[in-house]
Design a protein around this ligand. Sequence first.
Ligand code: PAF
Length: 286
Amino acid sequence: MGSDPLRSLTPFILSTMKVITSADSLKPFRGCAFVPTMGALHDGHLSLIREAKNADKTVVVSIFVNPEQFAPEEDLDKYPRNLEQDCAFAESVGADVVFAPSVETMYPTGSNESLSNLHIPWAATKPLLEDACRPTHFLGVCVAVARLFDLVQPSITVFGLKDYQQYLVIKQLIEQEGKRWSDLQIIGAGIIRDDGGLAMSSRNVYLTTDQRSQALGLHKAIRCSTEKAMLETLDVYGLDVEYAVIRDSETLLAPIEGKPTRALVAARLGHIRLIDNAPVNMGVQL
Ligand code: PAF
């Protein structure tokens, strides 16, 4: 808490892209296309920024490692942080503004206060997937994202489908809050994978070469058409499974005949937690 994340970044304008930290400086960018991130930008994030760019609006990218969405045993302190490099990456794909708020700017009166204004969407509690494995996670995500939407006032926001349950949670949050973020439209951007099929994630940097090969089991598993086959595949790759399910794509509850379904997995490799998903009915997203 307390330190200015930009203290090492001078000047505050990197060529044409602005880097700002205060809520007031955001005012000229209302109605922008907005990509919220926690930094450690990789090709997956860059694809979200490119998607935002397609909207032909000013593109604002936020970089805020949100303490509220990490449980005490999770990797908040170890989470990779490199603002300067992130700004350079964001700029390379055409971001116009990076908003890098401090914890105080995000939560001036503490996060519980922000929480009391929010109705947590059912997608954050009913599917018993990420919500069961990380019980406080979506509360923290909703608090941060709601605060960011209040500050940024975008007209479009882009979320990655890699975090599919998060995408549904935010979609519902926007629907539920009605006029709070008037006419805000959410876009779900497709998953970016490396050549072997491993979905891009900020946590991939922790994987050893052997673990990288094991991690490919997730991609193999989401191409299966039954949960049994998914579990067997994850087992072959020596992955410690948290869930491997096929669910209704819209609700993440039990599949309904004739409706689109999605295969979703979460598994651990030592202390590294990986997730992935793909549509089942419509063929596999590579
Ligand atoms: O997906 C993420 O990086 C985070 O959950 C988000 C949406 C930026 C909220 O902190």
